[in-house]
Ligand binder design. Sequence first.
Ligand code: SF4
Length: 315
Amino acid sequence: MNPKDYSADIHNDWCAGCGDHGILNALEKAFAELKLQKHQVAVFGGIGCSGKTPYYLDTNGVHTLHGRVLPFATGAKLANPQLTVIAVGGDGDGLGIGAGHFANAGRRNLDITYLLYNNGVYGLTKGQAAPTIRQGEKTKAMSLPSMQSHLNPIMLALTAGFSWVARGYAYDTHQLSTLIQNAITHKGSSFIEILQPCPIYNDLHDKQWYEQCEATKLPRIYSLQEEDYDSYVPPGANKEVHEQKMIQCVMKAQEWDERIPVGVFYHEPGRAELSQQIATQQTFYQALPPARQPAIDKNNQNLLDLHHIYAELTI
Ligand code: SF4
């Protein structure tokens, strides 16, 4: 398979120059390099420009409801643990109406990957301030500066419990594809904040802004791993090691103005993934998850066998 084998034959209506194109290319490259079969992949989109991603991929996919992409992705993965499940959405979708689902997806540590396209605005509805715009900032689409302080997606993901947390840049397709591959192969909830310029409505954080700081004349974006940042938390690490790693992550996650780190912030492979937790209570789950059970017999009678689950829940 090559990356374009994963492209759907459908008109793409994202604006020219939008960072979304780079993310789509990075996803296709990641699927090809992991040699994933199309039927093994399911991509769920929220509402917003980013939510159209599933249409442009020739994999399984669903365009879901505003802020509800993670419940759909969670249900699909629980029903069929063998699927590679990707949830995508914008910062408005995931950190506004969907913030509760974001926090709960992290703490479950289910084996799914969540890509948050961060452009600071609600692009689909013409550029209103989204939750990552900073207090006092005013894009060309806003009539007044934002009055509210911003949310930091990396810090939220860390505190919610995502066990693999990273940031990428939409115009660096090669690096982003590598991050996506590592996120998919991580066994647990993985999260990538993707800096995704919206050239139509966000004139503050455009390609030029990310790629050169006016004060230093240097690129704003730098790689954590190229500066020897160590994201790894070894299995069995004690409380002090966890605390130190969290402090280190929080400090890096707050860097923004003159230098913006990308790469892997946090990697904890030793935490139990949700399907392992389920199997401790429902021993049949891994051998017979819902998607592996026949739904009907030859007479079209419903065969779906839920009595194991009901039996476990009987008080
Ligand atoms: Fe991309 Fe912005 Fe156009 Fe939406 S409005 S497609 S985010 S450039």
